[in-house]
Design a protein around this ligand. Structure first.
Ligand SMILES: O=c1ccn([C@H]2C[C@H](O)[C@@H](COP(=O)(O)OP(=O)(O)OP(=O)(O)O)O2)c(=O)[nH]1
Ligand SMILES: [Mg+2]
Length: 143
């Protein structure tokens, strides 16, 4: 997969940390530290531009250690990187804690997972086939 890296003398080719890792860690490609105050958001550049093949998407996901220890997560839940996107991949971090968090240059702030997806071909109808569940949802089977 083609990738362009900004400032590549300081930022190596992203790589899986272990054989079975689903995600590749994304580093903060920033020149100086950024303070993320409680409940603030910050759009963190990764310096990465990736040409994802058609039929695939990139997912930006948080890192569990940062979420557990510092309340650092993604404001958009999971970021979606479209296969036709040619801009820089960025991470929308949010600090859900009561303490400031410092993002340093090179910190691994999120992870990137590649997924296949299906495109929907809608067929518009007036009613849908019935099922046992029907309209039941939102805990109707019990908690
Ligand atoms: O966490 C993210 C989410 C998105 N993007 C980039 C890649 C993606 O292909 C593009 C658009 O993302 P999305 O569709 O989630 O945003 P939108 O608000 O719907 O913008 P658009 O109207 O450009 O699709 O922004 C990122 O770099 N990081
Ligand atoms: Mg969109």
């Amino acid at each position: 997969m083609k990738i362009k890296i900004v400032n590549k003398s300081e930022f190596p080719l992203p790589a899986y940390k272990t054989d079975g890792s689903a995600g590749i860690d994304l580093q903060a490609n920033i020149s100086s530290p950024v303070e993320l105050k409680p409940f603030e958001r910050y759009l963190v550049p990764t310096g990465l531009y990736i040409a994802i093949p058609k039929g695939y998407e990139g997912q930006i996901r948080g890192r569990s250690g940062l979420a557990l220890k510092h309340g650092i997560t993604l404001a958009n839940g999971i970021g979606t990187i479209d296969s036709d996107y040619r801009g820089e991949i960025k991470v929308i971090l949010i600090n859900l804690s009561n303490e400031s968090f410092i993002i340093n240059k090179g910190d691994r702030i999120a992870q990137f997972v590649l997924n296949k997806y299906e495109s929907i071909d809608f067929e518009e109808v007036d009613s849908l086939e019935t099922t046992n569940r029907g309209k039941g949802g939102f805990g109707h089977t019990g908690i």
